[in-house]
Design a protein around this ligand. Structure first.
Ligand SMILES: [Zn+2]
Ligand SMILES: [Zn+2]
Length: 249
């Protein structure tokens, strides 16, 4: 019998998840690297070598131009797709990025996903209810994977409902009493999820992804889809370098 200690084990885990999410809300930028910037093609190819798949999704008819542009930027680096439906973008999209003015800030992948797929933005300005429970809207993950961008897994709801999910799934089913059910047991954001990922070699790849994301339309692009665009860009960069060095002479 080892069940009585479970809650004690969970408590610090729950706290650390909240801390991480709070940090992200403060729009922390990744530290500027001193190394020269890697090209988009290099980053994309590395991600594909790690198992990412290039997928082009159809946006919600009401998604804004800005959201679609941000999403397309993220899409170009591909996604890792777990065989149970999580859609993990490249790490540079896990958090938000940009200046202090909120409008210029590119949101995190979960906020982008919610807007791109479901046309839902979390209302951050809600006051607590009469009981003093936090009613600010948040992007809840039904899969509990903080960097997942699947439209099927992200659900906008009041914070008190989101927090309840942090204690869910002990008997292997959703028992947090939220109407929209979690899809697996909760683990905090530092948990090492042992996912099996689909990749370009997976048989019936399109069919499998469609089953995992039945509500959305998409195309799977070949690994080399961006090869011409990449070549043009690298030629342009070379030309610019050449012009610069000639101007110096
Ligand atoms: Zn997920
Ligand atoms: Zn639940």
């Amino acid at each position: 019998m080892n069940s009585p200690i479970v809650l004690e084990q969970w408590y610090p885990i729950v706290m650390s998840k909240r801390t991480r999410e709070e940090l992200e809300e403060e729009e922390i930028e990744e530290p500027k690297e001193s190394k020269p910037r890697r090209s988009e093609a290099d980053v994309r190819n590395e991600h594909i070598d790690e198992g990412a798949i290039l997928i082009e999704f159809e946006p919600h008819p009401n998604a804004s131009k800005q959201v679609i542009t941000w999403w397309r930027g993220m899409e170009k680096y591909g996604f890792k797709v777990s065989d149970d439906g999580c859609l993990i973008p490249h790490k540079q999209y896990w958090g938000s990025k940009g200046g202090k003015e909120e409008k210029k800030t590119r949101p995190s992948c979960r906020s982008l996903s919610s807007q791109f797929f479901n046309d839902k933005v979390a209302d951050r300005d809600r006051s607590p209810n009469n009981e003093g429970w936090p009613c600010t809207e948040t992007y809840s993950h039904l899969c509990h994977v903080w960097n997942c961008a699947s439209g099927e897994h992200i659900h906008v709801e009041e914070q008190w409902k989101n927090v309840k999910r942090n204690y869910c799934g002990l008997q292997d089913k959703c028992n947090c009493s939220n109407k929209t059910k979690c899809i697996r047991m909760y683990h905090n954001s530092f948990w090492d999820w042992k996912f099996n990922y689909l990749d370009y070699d997976t048989p019936k790849l399109k069919y499998k992804i469609q089953k995992l994301m039945p509500d959305y339309k998409f195309k799977i692009l070949p690994k080399n889809h961006y090869i011409n665009e990449d070549l043009k860009r690298s030629n342009r960069t070379l030309r610019k370098k050449k012009d610069k060095s000639q101007n110096k002479k």
